[in-house]
Design a protein around this ligand. Structure first.
Ligand code: MN
Length: 228
């Protein structure tokens, strides 16, 4: 059937070591999944469990690079995160079977308009303008399981203009990767192509036009963006 408007292109991510791409279906994100970050956001991780939200899939910026500083904010923040890429999905996935649904892993930055997020929290409004804006999800190429295995520990870090701002370890996640997959699949059916941002360690902060942001995960890879 002929479309009445141009059909939007499905975003894709390069797959490390291949000429193939990973098509992106949906992007789920976990909030406050590292206790130190929950505390820096003024929350008590003992009392407030992690939760999830989404970003539109076309917010993905494959491989990073230049990112236009977004409008209507004066407090854009970096959040480096382990990104899980799903090969298969389903509903009510038990945590014990969750790792079997993973295609591979990547490094991502959950860019956040922190000022708009604070206003939304105050008013009990949704986070879409704070989290789901254009180019808000730079993601590295995906390292397939076959090449890198699973990532449940290892350093995760981010620097701005060569100065380290965030450093943590994947083992500090409150919800592990299998628990994250199990949790989301109770609310909606996961499917091939879904990406899950698994939360950020402490040290989030503002970035400005001209800033060069580098981040990485031990054994997985690195990602760099420049705010223009
Ligand atoms: Mn985040």
């Amino acid at each position: 059937m002929e479309a009445v408007i141009p059909v939007p292109a499905a975003p894709t991510l390069p797959v490390e070591g291949t000429t193939q791409v990973f098509p992106v279906r949906r992007i789920y994100c976990i909030g406050r999944n590292y206790a130190d970050h929950a505390r820096e956001m003024g929350m008590d991780p003992e009392r407030e469990p992690p939760f999830f939200f989404g970003k539109p899939h076309d917010t993905v910026v494959p491989g990073g690079g230049d990112i236009a500083y977004p409008p209507l904010t004066s407090n854009l923040h970096h959040e480096v995160e382990l990104v899980v890429a799903l090969a298969t999905g389903g509903r009510d996935i038990p945590a014990s079977e969750a790792l079997g649904h993973i295609y591979g892993y990547a490094v991502g930055i959950d860019l956040t308009r922190r000022d708009l997020q604070a206003k939304a929290k105050d008013k009990g409004q949704p986070w879409d303008t704070a989290k789901g804006f254009d180019q808000s999800a730079p993601v590295s190429s995906i390292l397939p399981l076959a090449a890198g295995g699973h990532f449940d520990r290892g350093a995760i870090w981010l620097s701005v203009n060569g100065v380290e701002k965030q450093r943590g370890d994947l083992s500090q996640m409150i919800w592990s990767v299998p628990e994250v997959i199990a949790h989301i699949s109770r609310f909606m059916a996961l499917a091939p192509g879904d990406l899950i941002f698994t939360g950020t360690p402490a040290g989030v902060g503002p970035i400005l036009r001209g800033d060069r942001v580098r981040c990485g995960i031990e054994g997985l890879g690195e990602l760099e963006i420049v705010l223009v």
